[in-house]
Design a protein around this ligand. Sequence first.
Ligand SMILES: CC(=O)SCCNC(=O)CCNC(=O)[C@H](O)C(C)(C)COP(=O)(O)OP(=O)(O)OC[C@H]1O[C@@H](n2cnc3c(N)ncnc32)[C@H](O)[C@@H]1OP(=O)(O)O
Length: 425
Amino acid sequence: MTNNPVTGPRQSPAEWTVRGIGRDEFPEVARVVGEALLAPTDVETRVERLLPITGGSGLARILVAVDGDEVVGAVNSFDFEMAMPGGPRQVAGVTGVGVWPTHRRRGVLSALMRRQLADLHAAGESVAALWASEGGIYGRFGYGAASMEAELSVASPYAALRADAPRDPELTVRLSDPGSVRAEMEALFHQEAATRIGRFQRSEAWWDRVLRDESSERGGQGPLRAVVVSGPGGPQGYALYRARGEWGAAGPLGELRVQEMVSTTPAARVALYEHVFSRDLVARIVLNSTAMDDPLWTLAADRQRIGAVPGTALWVRLVDVRAALAERAYAAPVEAVVEVTDRHAPWNAGRWSLKADRDGARAEATESGPDLSLDVSQLGAAYLGQNTLSAQLAAGVLTEHTPGAAERLDAALRVPHAPLCAVIF
Ligand SMILES: CC(=O)SCCNC(=O)CCNC(=O)[C@H](O)C(C)(C)COP(=O)(O)OP(=O)(O)OC[C@H]1O[C@@H](n2cnc3c(N)ncnc32)[C@H](O)[C@@H]1OP(=O)(O)O
């Protein structure tokens, strides 16, 4: 044990007691995590907001580290149905990670992460995913940065689509308050969340959270609005957005911010863009969190006028490498032996033979020589199909024993559309 005047004595993760919680301890967990995350709301409000989405069996997924009687750190995970390559899967959505400020850098998170990983594995869960507050935290625990999303913005004079963008005169566009079209939005989202990698199905409580509209949620903007595009057969898309009016010496400087856009047909997408692009008094349109292959890149009249701020979205952890490899879908036949190192999950370490084609995959332990050696975090980074192993090879962070192995695996791991989660959990 070493001592540090700021953080106190450094302990090994094994020295911390980690346990589950009773229902009456939830406010204490909310207090500790809220303080760590610099949450602007009071504990009561946080409990009121978090309980519905965490509730039920969710509390059983919370772990705390204690110092005597005191809770000094916590982790939680949602039991998501998230779209993965090949379809919807159960994914542990790791969340609510925080360590009491006087106990940081003493191994508390490490203890919590190890126990959470062991619990998820024991429960038969194969994949965990999270949004990280900081990029330096989770790689050491076997998470790989697996997807990027981008905030897009466009100044109103350039907010226009190509002349040949698909437009359907039969579509109608209806603007209303979100509550009155919630059922339509839920149905459209449910469809998208079954296939769009990274999306997770929403409970009613999650919808309440997405549609929350107190003034503290608005970030200086106006109320949440919903626009729904429908054809003769019913709704084909929706967007949720807020707008803020502003005036400068030369006229209107309003901003319109799209929180979410979902569409099931190209023409509905076009109608949604054209609705938000055509609002009067708006000088700038922002699309909060978009997939890296958002159709706007193809449809914009001048794509060079789109400003893009990309950022890391989901980090993925293969809790059970064998199961995660076997349940994934593959775009091309592949046979390879991967040698995996895993500091925190010894059951993953070793050589895995993957045999896959478009009809299915098998992964089993093997003694054969590896084609590729890598850390479990690197496999996590490639799992959603957005990041290639070839890029990691070029960066010099994995070893290829058989020339071309990374490229062949990449061809099999490829997915047709970029992942999109968009909702930070
Ligand atoms: C999914 C989510 O909920 S994301 C939200 C994460 N939470 C936050 O950001 C809240 C504020 N921060 C905290 O509560 C804490 O600082 C945490 C949770 C990030 C880290 O907890 P700690 O108990 O301090 O971590 P712990 O002592 O186990 O550190 C383990 C290792 O990670 C490193 N580490 C911890 N946090 C960070 C960081 N933010 N950046 C880089 N390295 C870090 C430590 O230096 C240590 O490295 P070492 O093993 O080489 O010595």
